[in-house]
Design a protein around this ligand. Structure first.
Ligand code: S3P
Length: 176
């Protein structure tokens, strides 16, 4: 294993909504025997409210503030050498400063998935994702954010099964 990963055993999955961050992170953590954390679920538990409620009643800026604090908290736990796979939210990597918080504290992996696959996956879940309510804006965000996701340490093609995505991550060079 890469010495940087030994020092800070964290894998951060990033990518657009519906790219499979949560399911792949969970399966990867199971395979590794590492802890699994879903950032959005942690925020919902802490705030005692679902993401859509936080957006609707307190606004996106407040959600982003909570999100950054949550990233920092889990990053600090990884710094104490607790091996963890974290499914970030789709916007975590895009917010200024968050990427810098994670850089050199483990490795980030972009789950890159075509828009058509994503739209198919999220069709039934639009109300849990406030930013998926307006389909035009959703498509625009998909394009606008690719540049930010490409700053991840690695990119993996996630237009595949969960098991295949885990295999691809397990084949990345940081395990050697
Ligand atoms: C968001 C993605 C969501 C959630 C929030 C904002 C985004 O997470 O954090 O609705 O800005 O892309 P998922 O990517 O897990 O859906």
């Amino acid at each position: 294993m890469d010495t940087r990963l030994k020092r800070a055993p964290g894998i951060y999955l990033t990518g657009f909504m519906g790219s499979g961050k949560t399911t792949v992170a969970q399966a990867l953590a199971d395979r590794l025997g590492w802890d699994f954390v879903d950032l959005d679920a942690e925020i919902e538990a802490q705030e005692q409210a679902c993401i859509a409620q936080i957006f609707d009643t307190r606004g996106e800026a407040e959600f982003r503030r909570i999100e950054t604090a949550m990233i920092q908290r889990w990053r600090d736990r990884i710094e104490r050498c607790i091996p963890t796979v974290i499914a970030l939210g789709g916007g975590s990597f895009v917010q200024p400063g968050n990427l810098e918080l994670l850089q050199n504290h483990g490795f980030s992996v972009w789950l890159d998935c075509p828009l058509e696959t994503i739209e198919r996956r999220i069709e039934t879940q639009a109300d849990t994702r406030p930013l998926a309510r307006d389909r035009e804006n959703f498509r625009r965000l998909y394009e606008d954010r690719r540049k930010a996701y490409s700053r991840a340490d690695f990119r993996v093609d996630a237009d595949c099964s969960v098991e295949r995505a885990v295999d691809l991550i397990m084949a990345l060079p940081f395990w050697k």
